[in-house]
Write a protein that binds this ligand. Sequence first.
Ligand SMILES: CSCC[C@H](NC=O)C(=O)O
Ligand SMILES: [Zn+2]
Ligand SMILES: [Zn+2]
Length: 416
Amino acid sequence: TLEEQNDNPITRFQRYLQINTAHPTPDYSSAVSYLISQANSIGGILHKTLEFSPGKPLLLLTWPGSHSSLPSILLNSHLDSVPAESSKWTHPPFSATRTSDGNIFARGAQDDKCIAMQYLEAIRNLRNNNFVPVRSVHISLVPDEEVGGFAGAAKFVESEEFQALNVGFALDEGQASVGDEFRVFYADRIPWNLKIKAKGQPGHGSKLYDNSAMENLMKSVEVVSRFRESQFDVVKAGKAMNSEVVSVNPVYLKAGVPTQDGFAMNVQPSEAEAGFDLRLTPTTDPEEMKRRIAAEWAPSVRNVSFEIIEKGPIRDYLGRPLLTATNDSNPWWLVFKQAITSVGEKLSKPEILPSTTDARYLRQKGIPVLGFSPMKNTPILLHDHNEHLRDTVYMKGIQVYESLISSLSSFTEASH
Ligand SMILES: CSCC[C@H](NC=O)C(=O)O
Ligand SMILES: [Zn+2]
Ligand SMILES: [Zn+2]
């Protein structure tokens, strides 16, 4: 029918993708309204909008379970996206164009609007089959993940509303897999912003002398680069995955004495600065890392100083690294795995996520969380130009979540 042509899982996904929630001006209110309308069209879903920071809504959807006193299942997805450089895309990033081969192009197609809509479509299908969950199933749609989650998930996990959910297990986003197996993530790397600032002797651009700010900074950059290479060599030798080493990448350089049309070319400046994106593994000793930075990367004897901005928690409330067990000790892991294999799918070896998600705030509270986005045979395009997802992959993902949501919500062996 005409209605089915205009309103089906793919068009509903496309409509969500067409809402521009990219930074720096994400349209959160349209996204929240749309998701509430979707929840209403499913029926039996409660909704509540929380606002921990003005203009940054967090939508909480609840499918009540028959035994709602049992710990619940939380499905998380962020509302926001990173910016897109329109002119470099083959299809406009908020058009959600579907090509003849079935690829849907949009910022957020993989990261991570797919999972939000797949959660909802899976619940829609389960409800149509008269499935009733034992545990309550909550979906949190959070703002500002892409900028650190400080106005969203970080505040949410500290709230009374969150406490009241009594979450026993959660799913959050993962990454696409280029092969035939799904990937699953049991931890995130830990993001630090590192700024190295050098001071030094200013002087004439023609003069060779020691202890200029630029020389001091460049020595630091060389030391950091050597560390970077040592870590990358381990990866290149096949001894570790990218996410199992410490990464450090320069992201800005700031120096020079400004003039009207650029920089003075014959003045050696007295200050220079470099910024680095540093990612620790979940088990890196942060104190040792700080000692290394102080002693080797930015020693004060060379007139350099440094600043570390730690972006979020490193340990849980008991002081343990933020890891979710993927072995028999975690009954949720066994249920998760079984739900995947029961729909004929395979999982690759659990991994650490190379980047960082809001899952860390949940793990900080001691909640087991797996990062999972059911996209296989799919290029990894998060934050890239021409981000897209194939319609058939998206549809398969709905089926995978039906299996996951029904298994997880009816699992009652765990005492907690
Ligand atoms: C400072 S937390 C930043 C979180 C962000 N998340 C997705 O890309 C990331 O850079 O990994
Ligand atoms: Zn994401
Ligand atoms: Zn992202």
